[in-house]
Design a protein around this ligand. Structure first.
Ligand SMILES: Cc1cc2nc3c(=O)[nH]c(=O)nc-3n(C[C@H](O)[C@H](O)[C@H](O)COP(=O)(O)O)c2cc1C
Length: 217
């Protein structure tokens, strides 16, 4: 058996407790320790080959938050949550990016770059096919949703609220954050719910019955 760290009921309690929080208590901030754990979870998400073709912009500056809120149709979590994370994918993947990744493997695992040459070429081939085939942005942007999932689950298990958000004008958010080589694909607000002022806080979660969603083959 594996290394079971969480009891089933505890895990499901956390996932049922979380919801896409609409109103945050602006006076409650995520502690440094909890925030460091959330950042670590973001970086521990898997990605294709492990290339991590994204960056996470952690936004706490109030003025930047106001500008982001305007680009996100005035959604209040943007200004009221403790932290905002913008998930931005890399718009291309170059040989240089792959070489950087190969250097990093060599450094972390203490192996020579020569032993990684074939693997590097496989990755360069995949990247080139994606660039030439016009799907590099699709590929890279999909990767960014995996850390989003890690964030949502990690926050839930720490008793921290979070809201995934696609409701924004990406061009405007990129402008606010000064992004050129990266493009924002999704935002997450993270903080503590203001349950009294959140219309969604007390409503039951709506999901399809499990048998409509899980197909057992
Ligand atoms: C990719 C994505 C984008 C979303 N965009 C928004 C958004 O812009 N604003 C918002 O209030 N909720 C947003 N949601 C929240 C969903 O409406 C919510 O997760 C869904 O209805 C399920 O409910 P629950 O998260 O409360 O369980 C988004 C969720 C996802 C996964």
């Amino acid at each position: 058996m594996g290394n079971k760290l969480v009891q089933n009921d505890v895990l499901l309690e956390g996932l049922n407790w979380r919801y896409a929080t609409k109103a945050y208590d602006p006076t409650k901030k995520v502690s440094d320790e909890d925030w460091a754990t959330i950042e670590a979870a973001l970086t521990l998400a898997p990605s294709s080959f492990g290339i991590q073709p994204y960056k996470f912009f952690v936004i706490t500056d109030p003025e930047t938050r106001e500008n982001l809120k305007a680009a996100a149709y005035g959604q209040s979590p943007i200004s009221d949550a403790s932290h905002i994370v913008a998930f931005a994918y890399k718009k291309t993947l170059t040989d240089g990016d792959i070489e950087h990744f190969v250097d990093r493997i060599a450094e972390v695992r203490g192996v020579s770059k020569d032993t990684l040459a074939d693997y590097g070429n496989v990755m360069k081939g995949s990247a080139k096919r994606a660039v030439d085939g016009g799907y590099i942005e699709t590929w890279n942007s999909r990767q960014a949703y995996i850390p989003l999932g890690f964030l949502l689950q990690t926050a839930a298990l720490l008793g921290i609220d979070a809201t995934p958000m696609e409701g924004f004008d990406a061009g405007k958010v990129n402008e606010v954050l000064g992004l050129t080589d990266y493009s924002v694909v999704v935002l997450a607000a993270v903080g503590y719910r203001d349950a009294e002022n959140d219309w969604l806080a007390a409503l039951p979660k709506v999901r399809e019955p499990i048998e409509n969603i899980i197909v057992r083959v």
